[in-house]
Design a protein around this ligand. Structure first.
Ligand code: HPA
Ligand SMILES: [Zn+2]
Length: 339
């Protein structure tokens, strides 16, 4: 049974989203609509058949379906509609600030121009800021299963758009593609003034988290579950308050955890780590922000103060200015007192 008061508490809480792949918000209904208007075929007969395929044993099985889905995005308006659908969804969940990923190589490798992708996403984000009051930062991810030369080419394409892209990150197939593979391109990105983040320790070992910190100079670790294998690493992350962007429902669906009751979140909180809740690829993993909070709150029996701490961590871990962070943190404290 869901605790109604916890659910209502989560729904009303001001929230951030710091780990979200915009291509992972592609709902089957919209996918079929866009495929149709682009005269493209999807391998599944209908929405229901496609949804039945969303059953994964690991990250790679998910990625294969995720890249196939993204392949019907062709025009700027497609990227706009994708992003706008996400924004309207999370606007209804009281999400106030987002720092989200896009994967240019998924599209440029199919012949879609970098600007088509970027402009569609960016225009929707601007409209979302004006019409829905959601502030945003945009992060460009390199696909780690491709080589560093391809990442360099992508970085070159981003250089005229520093006004729109604030950071670079690293995603896709983790095991066998360590952060060190991309140290030169991240060095160049840092010299160009981009912030850096990286997926590390989702399926890959704790060594990859060390590499992300020491070679890619990341300001946040995306996932980071495996840090708990290494006490020295946990100490470092806690001392530096390096944020971890956790994604509970993603971890469950990709079998990173067997059950949400076994999620490492409480252990991480007990170690003083700055952990945040995020949705990763909500169209594929069965839930947006409220559902991710609700999932861990219920499975781990979290209290309202603990849930409020997670929401405050989201603002602390963001790249908002300090006074903006404080404004939301104060708002959450007042909200907690009233509820
Ligand atoms: O969870 C993820 N991990 C790695 N790459 C990804 N690309 C989309 N989602 C993910
Ligand atoms: Zn991710």
């Amino acid at each position: 049974m869901k605790d109604a008061s916890i659910q209502t508490f989560i729904e009303g809480l001001p929230k951030t989203e710091l780990h979200l792949h915009i291509e992972g918000t592609f709902e089957p209904e919209l996918m079929f609509k866009i495929a149709k208007r682009n005269h493209l075929k999807i391998d599944y007969a209908d929405v229901e058949a496609l949804k039945r395929a969303y059953s994964f044993n690991n990250l790679q099985e998910f990625l294969d379906i995720y890249y196939a889905g993204a392949s019907v995005l062709i025009k700027e308006v497609d990227f706009y509609d994708l992003t706008w659908a996400y924004l309207t969804k999370v606007s209804g969940q009281n999400v106030k600030h987002i720092e989200i990923f896009f994967d240019p190589q998924t599209h440029t490798d199919r012949g879609v121009s970098f600007e088509t992708v970027l402009n569609g996403i960016y225009k929707a984000l601007k409209d979302g800021q004006e019409q829905l009051g959601i502030s945003f930062k945009l992060i460009m991810n390199f696909l780690r299963h491709l080589d560093e030369a391809s990442a360099f080419k992508t970085l070159e394409q981003a250089l005229p758009h520093k006004d729109k892209i604030v950071a670079v990150g690293l995603d896709s197939s983790e095991v066998g593609n360590p952060p060190s593979k991309f140290k030169n391109v991240f060095k160049k990105a840092l010299e160009e003034g981009f912030l850096t983040v990286a997926h590390a320790g989702e399926e890959g070992p704790s060594e990859y988290i060390w590499e992300a910190l020491d070679l890619l100079m990341v300001t946040r670790i995306d996932h980071g579950n495996r840090c708990l294998d290494d006490a020295k690493l946990v100490k470092r992350l806690a001392e530096q308050q390096t944020p971890l962007t956790l994604c509970p429902l993603s971890n469950l669906e990709l079998k990173v955890v067997r059950d949400l009751k076994e999620h490492p979140l409480p252990t991480m909180m007990a170690h003083g780590l700055l952990v945040t809740i995020n949705s990763d690829d909500p169209a594929y993993f069965g839930g947006y922000m409220n559902e991710n909070y609700q999932g861990v709150a219920q499975a781990l029996n979290l209290s309202k103060p603990q849930i409020a701490t997670l929401a405050k961590n989201g603002f602390k871990a963001s790249w908002l200015k300090n006074d903006e962070k404080q404004k939301y943190i104060d708002e959450i404290d007042r909200y907690l007192q009233k509820h």
